[in-house]
Ligand binder design. Structure first.
Ligand SMILES: Nc1ncnc2c1ncn2[C@@H]1O[C@H](COP(=O)(O)OP(=O)(O)OP(=O)(O)O)[C@@H](O)[C@H]1O
Length: 321
């Protein structure tokens, strides 16, 4: 038994003949039972990280463990909804859920999976190939939750859902996670969507971890300051903008702030956007347990890895397992 759901140490992955690093030097810990948001710009390495944690990709360097073991050995305990939602197109929805049952003997819970499908008014006899993108997402989420995973990995799960479906399925996901203590890791570009749901944040950029830790601690480590343009002295400036004589900056205070600054705690959106605008800002990893932190300054290749990009029957089988 371990209290850590995911531990990555120096994790990295290269792709293609030119060996481009999609992810490198990735080190973080996620406590079991957390709901973690993964944010970051396109190409930041979010999907690569999720595929490594799911055991669908092998690291080029470093290591990742899931519940203290390698991801392959933890396969039964995790479910992964990949960005392209691989499912068998020729099966019906009912056959897909039956396959989920057969591939997860002793774990499968139809009472969780079936209402998710029914909630979208889907005909169980409809074939996957005839479903819309959002309808396929609903089936993929039903398959993942029906498996009763201890770790649920979701790569932009809500991207093709309408606002009502998004709201309803997010509610189902969070209620289910709270009831069962499921660890959830979810990437999204809609930061507002993550704010209410998540208690941990992993902000990626350029293949690296930029911010990692409990969300409240990360927010508390930053201050938005406004005042007459002046010296921010010993503080770490993540991003600053000047309008006339007025300066607005997101900083990490190193000591007391001069009383002349107006200060407030940033929202998640302000924190993420400031870091996205300033890719060279120092990284920050906080660990809730110890309260310690590490604050460090610090061509696309078309050769593809089939495991990661192609919608194959193997991917569909992975999704059902
Ligand atoms: N199979 C692959 N073959 C070659 N390069 C790849 C492959 N998969 C990812 N990459 C590259 O690795 C980098 C990270 O990609 P990844 O899909 O992990 O980013 P992401 O943060 O999920 O992006 P997005 O927000 O657009 O989904 C990108 O530069 C991408 O081109």
């Amino acid at each position: 038994m371990t209290d850590t759901a995911i531990e990555a140490a120096g994790l990295g992955r290269q792709f293609g003949r030119r060996g481009k690093w999609a992810l490198f030097d990735c080190t973080f810990q996620l406590p079991a039972g957390s709901v973690c948001a993964i944010a970051g710009p396109n190409g930041a390495g979010k999907s690569t990280l999720l595929a490594l944690v799911a055991g669908l990709l092998v690291p080029t360097e470093g290591e990742v463990t899931v519940f203290g073991t390698n991801p392959g050995a933890a396969r039964e305990r995790l479910a992964f909804v990949a960005q392209d939602k691989p499912l068998y197109p020729q099966l019906t929805i009912a056959e897909t859920l039956r396959l989920g049952h057969e591939l997860n003997p002793g774990r499968w819970n139809a009472a969780v999976a079936e209402p998710i499908v029914a909630g979208g008014g889907l005909d169980p006899h409809a074939r996957i190939r005839n479903l819309s993108g959002g309808q396929r997402t609903r089936v993929a989420l039903a398959l993942a939750l029906g498996k009763r995973p201890e770790l649920l990995l979701l790569d932009e799960p809500m991207a093709d859902l309408d606002p009502l479906a998004r709201h309803q399925l997010m509610g189902v996901l969070m209620a289910d996670a709270a009831e069962n203590g499921t660890t959830v890791v979810m990437s999204s570009h809609v930061v507002a969507e993550l704010e209410d749901a998540c208690d941990h944040l992993l902000l990626m950029g350029g293949g690296r971890v930029r911010l990692a830790g409990p969300l409240d601690d990360l927010l508390a480590a930053h201050v938005l300051v406004t005042g007459r343009a002046g010296d921010l002295g010993p503080h770490t400036v993540v991003e600053s903008r000047t309008t006339g004589r007025q300066l607005t900056a997101l900083i990490r205070p190193n000591g007391p702030l001069d009383a002349e600054w107006q200060t407030s705690e940033p929202t998640l959106e302000e924190l993420v956007i400031a870091h996205l605008r300033s890719p060279a800002a120092p990284e920050l990893t906080l660990t809730g347990e110890t309260g310690t932190d590490a604050d460090t300054d610090t061509d696309s290749d078309s050769d593809s890895d089939d495991t990661h990009t192609d919608e194959t029957d193997a991917d569909a089988e992975e999704a059902a397992k």
